[in-house]
Design a protein around this ligand. Structure first.
Ligand code: ZN
Ligand code: ZN
Ligand code: ZN
Length: 253
């Protein structure tokens, strides 16, 4: 299985529009972060986790010719507002795009993309088949996907474990039983916003404390704000099993 991290920025992305801080002005590509998303490639399957506002650009940049399914973590714009851009895949692949989300996220998709689900949608509208998931393992073809719930502010959201890979973005709190599902993963992608306290996101020190409680080989931090600091400088301060993720990071598992 191959994983490509397509975006590692927080909701505004990095650089932030109009910001002249040293991170937003950095020429290092690792300081340029699109909104969070990941690609899982397993034999002939291609599964995308989250389709934020940069979805189209991410598909172009990673040169993704086809998508088997999309899995959503939660309903915030930076994770799902790119849905209209599944159309090129509808046209090329035929049929509808399978989209997996918990019921609350599916309701939100219905509200925000009502035209997709209209009785007589206009020709060319995205074609989506919504699959409601709960906190139980499910399969896309023969690939087993295990939801892991975290609390994001007040919102219960999902991350996912697929084999030895676990993807947890926008996390703040975990029940012990959910955290234990991560144990034994080779790679964990975990969100860490920046250095300050935030009501809905782990900050860097909270993420590092949490990592001490989990049995994983390597952790990459995602959903980083420009306030996190320069990629290369922050990496020097991290424990040996933790690094900042960056856009385009490829992992073979
Ligand atoms: Zn987010
Ligand atoms: Zn900035
Ligand atoms: Zn969020």
């Amino acid at each position: 299985m191959k994983v490509t991290i397509l975006g590692t920025g927080t909701s505004q992305g990095v650089p932030v529009v109009g910001c002249d801080c040293e991170v937003c002005q950095s020429p290092n590509p690792k300081d340029q972060r699109l909104r969070p998303a990941a690609l899982i490639e397993n034999r002939d399957q291609r599964i995308i986790i989250d389709i934020g506002p940069d979805f189209r650009q991410q598909m172009l940049r990673a040169d993704i010719p086809s998508i088997s399914a999309i899995v959503l973590t939660h309903e915030h714009n930076d994770h799902m507002i790119g849905l209209d851009d599944v159309r090129p895949y509808n046209f090329k692949q035929g049929g509808t795009m399978p989209l997996y989300a918990r019921a609350s996220v599916a309701r939100d998709i219905h509200d925000r993309f009502g035209y997709v689900f209209a009785k007589n949608p206009y020709p060319g509208a995205p074609r989506i088949t919504l699959h409601h998931i709960s906190n139980e393992p499910f399969f896309i073809d023969d690939l087993k996907i295990i939801p892991i719930e975290s609390i994001h502010g007040r919102l219960p959201i999902f991350g996912y474990r697929i084999g030895d890979f676990t993807y947890m973005t926008d996390a703040k709190y975990f029940e012990r039983s959910e955290l234990e599902k991560i144990n034994g993963s080779k790679v964990l992608i975990l969100s860490a916003l920046h250095h300050r306290e935030h009501h809905a996101h782990l900050n860097l020190s909270e993420a590092l404390e949490l990592i001490k409680e989990i049995d994983v080989e390597q952790v990459y931090l995602t959903h980083c704000s420009h306030l996190m600091g320069l990629h290369d400088q922050v990496n020097l301060t991290l424990p040996s099993n933790v690094k900042l993720a960056y856009d385009g990071l490829e992992l073979i598992l």
